[in-house]
Design a protein around this ligand. Structure first.
Ligand code: PEP
Length: 250
């Protein structure tokens, strides 16, 4: 079956010293986690530190975004090749904060996914609806649009090398978690949408849940049959909290 993936999205938090302490804590605790795959996604300046410290550990390194372009005059951008060179395996793509604050459209997200795949990196594609969209009964329409907007651009076969994170925007950083039943229902919907193009990929693809997942609710969420892990924001900034979620996925 699908191995759970618990990935920490540190966002724009921390100092070199706190990143070092957090990495140390996660590395030490990860040795007790048998089943779940663990990844941390620090800010760009800490990736080199992550690469060095995670050498020899089972904990994987990821980045929070990537440039659509391979190289050149794109001030401030970081290419997929650079991330690969610094030991990244995962790249979060299309997080709702990037869609909202930096204008990332499905077209841009699709380019980022392609850039990652060309360098052997595994993108974590984020999808999710706003509170207003959920209240208006548009959740499935929004998610279908986000998935189709990528499939139509890069093809379904690419999804054999992509992870999906369902992150309801109303649950991110708010303390309002989707119930296990609400999350499971959307995960099933996503899997069925993928199955419409490829049954084989739908059976294998990991669909993570993200949105105020913490130790207290992780077990109930992760025990749902179509929830294959978690993308963890706030709770990934404290090693013990993050490890407790990893334990719940074990
Ligand atoms: C996220 O931003 O990916 C996230 C899930 O954040 P939080 O866990 O803080 O809700």
């Amino acid at each position: 079956m699908r191995q759970p993936l618990i990935a920490g999205n540190w966002k724009m938090n921390g100092t070199k010293a706190s990143a070092e302490a957090l990495l140390s804590g996660v590395i030490a605790g990860a040795t007790a986690i048998a089943k779940a795959e663990i990844a941390v996604c620090p800010p760009f300046p800490f990736l080199s530190l992550g690469e060095q410290m995670l050498a020899g550990s089972t904990v994987r390194l990821g980045a929070q975004t990537v440039s659509t372009e391979p190289s050149g005059a794109y001030t401030g951008e970081v290419s997929a090749a650079m991330l690969a060179e610094f030991g990244c395996r995962y790249v979060i793509c299309g997080h709702s904060e990037r869609r909202e604050y930096y204008g990332e459209t499905d077209e841009i997200v699709a380019k980022k996914l392609s850039a990652c795949l060309a360098q052997g990196l595994t993108p974590i594609l984020c999808v999710g609806e706003s509170l207003q969209q959920r209240e208006q009964g548009q959740t499935e329409t929004v998610i279908a649009g986000q998935i189709d907007g990528i499939v139509s651009r890069i093809g379904i076969d690419a999804f054999s090398r992509i992870e999906i994170a369902y992150e309801p925007i109303w649950a991110i950083g708010t303390g309002m978690t989707a119930t296990p039943e609400q999350a499971q229902a959307v995960h099933v919907f996503i899997r069925q949408r993928i199955a419409g193009d490829s049954q084989a990929i739908a059976g294998k693809i990991r669909i993570l849940y993200g949105g105020s997942m913490k130790a207290a609710n992780a077990r109930d969420l992760l025990s749902q049959p179509d929830i294959d892990g978690g993308l963890i924001g706030g709770a990934s900034l404290v090693a013990d909290d993050f490890l407790a979620i990893c334990q719940a996925g074990d």
